[in-house]
Design a protein around this ligand. Structure first.
Ligand SMILES: NC(=O)C1=CN([C@@H]2O[C@H](COP(=O)(O)OP(=O)(O)OC[C@H]3O[C@@H](n4cnc5c(N)ncnc54)[C@H](O)[C@@H]3O)[C@@H](O)[C@H]2O)C=CC1
Ligand SMILES: O=C(O)[C@H]1O[C@H](OP(=O)(O)OP(=O)(O)OC[C@H]2O[C@@H](n3ccc(=O)[nH]c3=O)[C@H](O)[C@@H]2O)[C@H](O)[C@@H](O)[C@@H]1O
Length: 450
């Protein structure tokens, strides 16, 4: 059992990391600046939605396996290992904003009083570990008082706990054997499949790849993974666009593509593009860092460009559907979070679409199962509801942006209230096509002939 502090412990990554490590039997202090989130967490409630998190959190709280505080000094004093999971958002030039990481390191420089392993979980560009080491070295000695390790995170929002307990891989980047040994000890229960509380996602028969490498490679692996995922989405969106022009059916194309074992079926759903707090930000940071090192990443620039164009494609479909002008047209957007299964609206392309429609005078009404409050907090004038029927009623155009299961269950015949039907734009191939045909709706599916 290791005493672990998680700095940024109330965020998406920090919370899953803290809860996961506590469930493995470690004593965890989750430290954050957000007092509101901390007080919710002490009551077993999370401001970030993660499937299955709250029951485990409540159990861990009761066992005193995890605690929540805004006191960094006490966290440092009572921890042998500190995971840093603070945010690293995009600056206007695309580079990662490291101010939160630097602020934490500057305090650690004065707070560390025994050998402490600093584990950087936040996604940070190559070179950031040197910055942290330089800050700490102003008062402390590397190897004696501290070591800094990279341990990038690959979780997906909404399925964070599954990804913690059944990760595709664990990557640890460090040149210190002492720190590596500490990390191996921390992850040992996960590799062995043993936990202090019952979690449904662990499979002790499955071997979890554990990769030890240098810090530069660990950090670049993280950026490469997100760049590849973004590339895959822009790739399939581009194929969908071409398919639409040539009269193909993207669903069948994806199935045919995915059958090639070198390509695989996952992560090939076309749509409005990749949104969310990370893919876009990390790709921009990679492009910036490549540029700073005299390398021209033409492929990745194209991936970003396709993503921007994709939003415009969807906007054009809506404009074409209403004919003359969007003014006063009621547009129902299904899916406000950046994807289904999360309440995160950070960098949601649905919200960007809302703004573009609003600016042209449309009356937009949005639906989401989890993110209505978050969407309204971000855009106070947005009319949004969890009631799907109410959102669909009276719409001139209905647009599916996320692929929630309930969207596939809409009975288009049953919901018909009059002969004046909305035009339906399905960017996700989620709606029941037979039902739309039976109801005589005019509709289009992104990337497909009907
Ligand atoms: N959200 C995701 O799915 C993933 C995020 N990442 C990376 O993990 C990092 C964190 O991302 P998220 O969890 O999404 O961000 P987040 O914004 O949800 O969480 C960051 C937390 O850090 C706290 N914080 C900021 N400054 C602090 C300080 N000085 N001391 C203590 N707490 C502080 C904030 O209050 C917030 O709760 C980023 O680098 C991101 O790129 C990596 C993999 C997945
Ligand atoms: O670094 C991160 O933050 C994380 O970013 C992504 O995870 P996440 O942002 O939670 O969401 P994804 O499920 O990857 O989806 C990202 C965007 O791509 C879109 N997407 C995804 C898959 C797909 O086939 N098609 C598609 O358009 C989603 O709708 C969403 O807008 C990665 O999948 C994680 O591995 C990574 O850890």
């Amino acid at each position: 059992m290791t005493d672990i502090g998680v700095i940024g412990g109330a965020g998406y990554v920090g919370l899953v990391t803290g809860v996961g490590l506590a469930a493995l039997g470690h004593k965890v202090i989750s430290m954050d600046l957000d007092k509101n989130r901390l007080s919710m967490l002490r009551d077993g409630k999370s401001a970030v939605y993660e499937d299955g998190l709250e029951p485990i959190l409540a159990e861990l709280n009761q066992m005193e396996q995890i605690s929540f505080t805004d006191d960094q000094s006490a966290t440092v004093e009572n921890s042998d290992v500190l995971f840093i999971a603070v945010g690293t958002p995009s600056l206007t030039d695309g580079a990662a904003d490291l101010s939160a990481v630097i602020a934490v390191a500057e305090r650690l420089r004065d707070e560390i009083s025994k050998y402490t392993v600093i584990v950087v979980k936040s996604t940070v560009p190559v070179g950031t570990l040197n910055v942290v080491t330089d800050i700490l070295s102003q008062k402390l000695t590397e190897g004696e008082d501290f070591d800094v390790v990279s341990n990038p995170e690959f979780l997906r929002e909404g399925s964070g706990l599954i990804d913690f307990f059944a990760p595709s891989r664990i990557i640890v980047g460090s040149n210190s054997e002492r720190a590596n040994a500490v990390l191996r000890e921390i992850y040992e229960p996960l590799l062995a499949g043993t936990t202090a509380v019952k979690v449904p996602w662990i499979d002790s028969r499955r071997e979890i790849p554990y990769v030890e490498t240098d810090a530069v490679s660990a950090q670049l692996t993280k950026y490469a993974a997100n760049a590849y995922l973004a590339t895959r989405i822009s790739f399939i969106n581009e194929i969908a666009g071409i398919s639409e022009k040539l009269g193909g059916n993207i669903g069948d194309i994806v199935d045919g593509l995915g059958l090639d074992p070198r390509i695989g079926p996952g992560y090939l759903r076309p749509g409005i593009g990749f949104g969310g707090p990370c893919l876009d930000k990390d790709l921009r940071a990679l492009i910036t860092v490549a540029g700073e090192n005299s390398y021209d990443p033409v492929l990745f620039s194209g991936v970003l460009q396709r993503n921007e164009l994709q939003l415009r494609e969807v906007m054009n479909k809506i404009s074409a559907a209403v004919g003359s002008s969007l003014y006063q047209k009621r547009i129902a957007l299904l899916g406000l979070a950046f994807k289904e299964g999360t309440n995160d609206v950070r960098h949601s392309l649905s919200i960007r679409l809302y703004r573009a429609l609003r600016d042209q005078g449309a009356r937009v009404v949005g639906h989401d199962l989890l993110a209505v409050d978050e969407a309204i907090e971000l855009e106070p004038d947005l009319v949004a509801s969890r009631d799907l029927d109410a959102v669909l009623a009276g719409a001139d155009v209905v647009v599916a942006l996320n692929s929630e299961k309930i969207y596939s269950e809409i009975d288009w015949v049953k919901i018909k209230k009059s002969d004046v039907l909305p035009y339906v734009v399905d960017t996700r191939g989620v709606f029941d096509k037979k039902s739309l045909v039976a109801g005589n709706y005019e509709f289009e599916i992104l990337g497909a002939i009907r």
